[in-house]
Design a binder for this molecule. Structure first.
Ligand code: G6P
Length: 355
């Protein structure tokens, strides 16, 4: 097993470091930068989209739905287990199952429900020949290579990249500049490597390992990153953590914010989302909470932060991937400090094949 880990202490840390390669594999042969084109082996006419997924893949689905909406296409992400029993109306929707394993029972069940109601279905998965890939009308493979750690890491990044390809291929970039998005995707593996080579995540983890709880906030494309940051920390460290769309924290959970609950604020770019999230950062700072800003430095969020985890400057879409990797590393190092069973957390399974 030690050789399988290539010198890393855990599979998860190895897989975190495999992300530049996983992303390169995902993009390989699918992006023609000169022509500004994305070519996938999919022939889809997309009017509306419903995503179904669970766990980490649900966070990728939230991000994917945002990309389609940005291109003017109605799109929504659903928890697969909810969708299966309370199926929303389907009107010419493409129903996309996002699943690393392609075997999650809840997601399979939602897709079967959608198919039964006449929807066209697409599996976005890592596993060729998985049940989901076989049962859906089409499959888009994220090509991450096998992931051993129960908590998803490299597959989440590749899901975000693949969903960008899917949106560009079927509905375009919307208000974003297509060439800029494609250039950012091309640069993403190198940007991830630069982040991995120079990160303060371990120091931040050591500083806050004994906290009472952890909060993660972000807006728009940083919202799924906040949710995923919290989930990762819970899964492998067993610390109490919650992620929110940044504006929601003040509507209740602010009551739990103290000087012993660090707040991780994901703030990239300097647009309206960043500005408003900085407003929320000030609210928690005023309650004495330590603030860790995950940022590309384009806004002045660092002024209100106790620590900064930097991400290379890039497009808002790819910034989400990079910010999430800083949070993967924080979760890993907190769990490692606590001596947790990182690759096989208690009570969890890599793939849940019961509903
Ligand atoms: C399990 C795993 C999670 C994963 C979820 C969905 O609960 O522990 O890490 O995100 O299943 O898995 P999938 O294979 O469908 O992405």
């Amino acid at each position: 097993e030690a050789t399988g880990k290539s010198g890393y202490d855990h599979f998860m840390l190895k897989e975190i470091h495999e992300q530049p390669r996983a992303l390169r594999q995902c993009l390989q042969g699918r992006v023609d930068e000169l022509g500004g084109r994305v070519s996938l082996d999919l022939d889809l006419d997309v009017e509306r989209v419903q995503f179904v997924a669970c766990g980490t893949s649900y966070h990728a689905a939230l991000y994917g739905a945002a990309l389609f909406r940005a291109a003017g296409v109605p799109a929504q992400a659903f928890f697969a287990h909810e969708y299966a029993v309370a199926t929303p109306p389907i009107e010419d929707d493409l129903v996309v199952g996002v699943s690393q394993s392609g075997e999650t029972a809840d997601t399979l069940s939602a897709l079967r429900e959608a198919r039964g109601r006449g929807a066209r279905t697409l599996a976005v998965t890592n596993v060729v020949g998985s049940t989901m890939a076989r049962e859906c009308d089409d499959a888009l493979y994220i090509r991450s290579g096998p992931e051993i750690g129960v908590a998803a890491s490299k597959t989440f990044s590749a899901q975000l990249a693949a969903l960008n390809l899917l949106a560009l291929h079927t509905v375009g970039a919307g208000d974003d500049d297509r060439r800029e998005v494609i250039a950012a995707l091309r640069d993403l593996p190198g940007d991830v490597q630069a982040l991995l080579d120079d990160t303060d995540a371990e120091a931040v983890a050591r500083e806050y390992v004994d906290s009472d709880g952890f909060f993660f906030i972000g807006r728009d494309k940083s919202h799924p990153v906040a949710l995923e940051g919290a989930l990762k920390l819970k899964e492998i460290s067993y610390a109490h953590a919650e992620g929110f769309p940044a504006g929601e924290l003040k509507h209740g959970t602010l009551a739990l914010v103290t000087e012993d609950t660090p707040v991780f604020a994901v703030v990239t770019g300097d647009g309206e989302a960043a500005r408003k999230t900085i407003g929320n950062v000030k609210e928690v700072e005023a309650r004495g909470a330590p603030v860790v800003a995950v940022t590309d430095g384009e806004s002045d969020v660092a002024r209100y932060a106790d620590h900064v985890l930097e991400v290379p400057e890039t497009h808002a879409r790819t910034a989400a991937v990079l910010a999430n990797i800083q949070l993967q590393l924080v979760a890993y190092h907190v769990a490692n400090e606590l001596g947790r069973s990182i690759d096989k957390p208690r009570n969890l399974a890599k793939s849940v094949t019961v509903e």
